[in-house]
Design a binder for this molecule. Structure first.
Ligand code: SF4
Ligand code: SF4
Length: 437
């Protein structure tokens, strides 16, 4: 194995991946009713193009792209539209969705496959990835085609495929690397071809030795990474793999790099080679609050309650239901919310798995500063936020925080650092919008 690489800062929360890492992916049929959100990607929600009573086909467009940072949304089933309405969402209070009564799951490959993609125009491939609604499957959900369209004058020389999955509990990407290996490699090669990169690499933490070995055996260049949170964050991954530093407020393309998740590669391969839009994803269900943690291949729009049932149902007291991992995930208030393209996991956490401390005063220990991978001073930003000093928070770099949660995790005083910093971010952005209006 090649030398293990890493980044500066970060922390080492317990992995808890053993609950589901050995569980092969189970494909679930579509539920009787799917609730398909129109805002599964970062950016503007797609605009509904169907109404109650319409018949829709699996893979057909039910919401059209609504701007540059946006994507179309497709139906995951053949069925009848019941409603277009606001529903509870895993990552926000509510959002618009198309509710469809499922009739069948046949067909769905609505686009002509581009089988000879090695000789296809770059623009044809990028357009296919756009029209198939592919977005980042690691959780950020940024439209993939936008990352493949760098501004004029910007040269991309490095493509890093993110197989890190550093969030505790989550194992969906690990299983995908083991079970969808050829699709992953095909998708990676399509992305490399679009970007003109000849030597793509996959970054994987060393706690997935079977995935590292398998991909190396298939001739893929793998960079082995230390198990360290947040190794999978774009800037930290770029630093670990290439030694390049993305400037504060900058993007990976500023240092010639594009990062794409392993699940995104599989979605790209399906969109290009099978003509299949992005309508399913693999997600982990774990935590001691479910009977049988596992990994499931589900269509978007499946209620979280269906996934919980597939994982053997709840057991004991569930202290917190989380969409995503425990570090960056969002607490959910209902399991009626649907799975989206960005749902990397659902955690039902028992009381013993949740750190439940009352927030105390800062004791100036400096631990949050030591671990911040972006060299911020979290305690200073949080204090400025608590006192409503938005300008001070901005000067201290609040907008650069990626909300990785590392500072809150290590704080012995239980300070709600991320919440305070996120509050500052939204106030600073609101003030900026007011100034522009
Ligand atoms: S300040 Fe932001 S980036 Fe730094 S550790 Fe805290 S959450 Fe992560
Ligand atoms: S880790 Fe907590 S107690 Fe220590 S300096 Fe940071 S905010 Fe204060």
């Amino acid at each position: 194995m090649s030398k293990v690489k890493s980044f500066a800062g970060g922390t080492h929360p317990p992995g808890n991946k053993e609950h589901s890492s050995g569980a092969a992916v189970v494909r679930l049929p579509a539920p009787e009713v799917v609730t398909v959100p129109l805002c599964q990607h970062l950016g503007a929600p797609s605009k509904p193009v169907v109404k109650p009573g319409d018949q829709v086909l699996k893979g057909s467009v039910i919401g059209e792209q609504n701007g540059f940072i946006s994507l179309p949304t497709h139906s995951p089933v053949n069925g009848k539209v019941l409603r277009v309405e606001n529903v509870p969402m895993p990552h926000m209070r509510s959002g618009p969705a198309v509710v469809i009564k499922t009739e069948s799951e046949d067909g769905g490959e609505v686009y002509e496959p581009i089988t000879d993609w090695e000789h296809a125009d770059t623009s044809e491939l990028v357009n296919r990835i756009r029209e198939a609604g592919v977005c980042g499957m690691g959780g950020a959900s940024f439209p993939t085609y936008v990352k493949l369209s760098p501004p004029e004058g910007v040269t991309i020389d490095t493509l890093i495929i993110n197989g890190v999955e550093c969030e505790p509990y989550l194992t969906a990407d690990h299983r995908l690397m083991l079970e969808r290996t050829q699709d992953l490699i095909t998708g990676m090669n399509i992305l490399a071809s679009v970007l003109g990169v000849t030597d793509p690499v996959i970054g994987i933490e060393v706690n997935k030795p079977d995935a590292i070995k398998l991909l190396q055996e298939k001739g893929v260049k793998v960079v082995s990474l230390r198990v360290q949170y947040p190794q999978g964050a774009e800037k930290q991954l770029i630093s670990a793999v290439t030694g390049r530093v993305v400037p504060a407020g900058g993007l990976p393309l500023n240092v010639g790099v594009v990062v794409q998740n392993v699940g995104t590669c599989v979605a790209v391969a399906e969109a290009v080679c099978s003509g299949m839009p992005s309508i399913r994803r693999i997600t982990t269900v774990s935590g001691l609050g479910v009977n049988k943690p596992g990994n499931f291949d589900v269509c978007v729009g499946t209620p979280v309650s269906v996934l919980i049932e597939a994982a053997g149902g709840y057991q004991g007291e569930v202290k917190r239901l989380v969409s995503g991992g425990p570090m960056m995930g969002i607490a959910m208030f209902t399991d009626a919310a649907p799975v989206t393209k960005g749902t990397s996991g659902i955690l039902a956490l028992s009381p013993g798995e949740v750190r439940d401390v009352e927030e105390g005063p800062c004791i100036r220990c400096g631990k949050c500063v030591d671990v911040c991978p972006l060299n911020l001073v979290p305690c200073t930003i949080a204090t400025a936020s608590e006192f409503g000093k938005w300008e001070d928070a901005e000067k201290a770099g609040a907008l650069n925080c990626m909300a990785c949660g590392t500072c809150s995790y290590v704080c012995p005083a239980g300070r709600y650092l991320v919440q305070h910093i996120k509050r500052a971010q939204s106030e600073i952005r609101a003030l900026a919008r007011e100034r522009e209006a």
